[in-house]
Design a protein around this ligand. Structure first.
Ligand code: ES4
Ligand code: ZN
Length: 327
């Protein structure tokens, strides 16, 4: 009865959101127009209709194409500002936001343009919206480790504008070990470390992200349930999983929401959190993800709602002092 209202209004953190995945078709068209870019789709409706994915790669193809309209610092600002306003509406107090610099620098957009626009939105969000936010730079795992090192090198003059690094894009065939050395370097630099693992890839990739990359948090990680020893370890070591339910259903990781394992992860004692991943592409922002999972999974009630919100703050990279005000 009152659960939907509790879910909507409870304070929460979002830890798995790709800022390029928050770019709504309306903004894609607006930016294409102002930047003089010709799109492959004649209308907003036809672009949205193309958002019918069969797996991760079919999504990534459209997602990277959409990001092609981003040209100026203003574009990056507008994208992030729009997301932060949506986050505020969902009672998100804190967001840790992924961005993919290689998607842009490979098109000739300077790293300074990307980080300049995103950082300005993050600062303004803190001041004007009261939403705390920080940035996490993701390496594209379909590219080489050498290219990841080059991306890191370009980013280092802006070291104070992001708090960590992650690993995203196509998982299959791009195991964690491919990025062992660049993650070791990031660790020396004092950056936080996260990695997508166990979304489409096997449970082994989750273990390797922990053992080889020293990831502090696993993005997705839902395939851990295929390995009982790993589940026990994740629970014992309180390794957070940033689970993205609507994403998982749209990309056919689970056939329908009723099949999602979020309830089982919590029952196993894992510090799971709920997140939106790419909200413009997967049918909803953070509160939509909470609403869809709680509607489909009968084992989720008020206790689990509270647990998930609490997990989201505990799993965040904010200082322990600041966390105390939230949990
Ligand atoms: C992503 Cl759902 C997902 N998985 C891997 N990489 C990504 N980049 C943006 N969304
Ligand atoms: Zn993701």
């Amino acid at each position: 009865r009152e659960l939907p209202s509790i879910l909507n209004r409870m304070p929460k953190a979002e830890l798995h959101i790709h800022i390029e995945g928050s770019l709504e078709p309306e903004l894609i068209f607006e930016m294409a127009q102002r930047n003089g870019i010709k799109l492959d789709y004649p209308s907003i409706e036809e672009l949205r209709a193309a958002y019918a994915f069969t797996d991760l790669q079919s999504f990534l193809d459209i997602y990277y194409a959409g990001a092609g309209v981003l040209q100026t610092e203003e574009d990056f600002f507008d994208m992030a500002w729009s997301y932060l306003n949506r986050a505020k509406a969902d009672h998100v107090l804190h967001a840790e936001i992924f961005f993919d610099p290689q998607t842009h620098t490979s098109r000739g957009i300077p790293f300074a343009t990307v980080i300049g626009g995103l950082d300005r939105a993050v600062r303004r969000g803190r001041e004007e919206l009261g939403v705390s936010a920080s940035l996490i730079l993701c390496f594209l795992r379909h590219l080489s480790e050498e290219e990841a090192f080059a991306a890191l090198e370009e980013a280092l003059p802006y070291r104070d504008r992001f708090i960590g690094v992650g690993l995203d894009s196509g998982e299959r065939g791009n195991p964690p070990e491919k990025f062992a050395r660049v993650f070791a370097r990031c660790r020396e630099l004092g950056l936080h470390l996260v990695a997508h693992a166990g979304e489409e890839g096997p449970a082994d990739y989750i273990r390797d992200a922990l053992d080889i990359l020293k990831a502090e948090r696993i993005d997705h990680g839902v395939r851990c349930l295929e390995d009982a020893d790993l589940v026990a370890r994740l629970a014992r070591e309180r390794v957070p999983l940033t689970v993205c339910p609507l994403s998982n259903v749209k990309l056919a990781v689970f056939h329908e929401m009723h099949d999602h394992n979020l309830g089982r992860l919590l029952q196993a004692g894992i510090a799971a959190t709920v997140n939106s991943d790419d909200p413009a592409y997967f049918g909803g922002y953070l509160n939509d993800n909470y609403a869809a999972t709680f509607a489909a999974l009968p084992e989720l009630g008020a206790r689990e709602a509270y647990q998930l919100a609490r997990n989201s703050f505990e799993a965040s990279f904010v200082a322990e002092e600041e966390k105390k005000g939230w949990v």
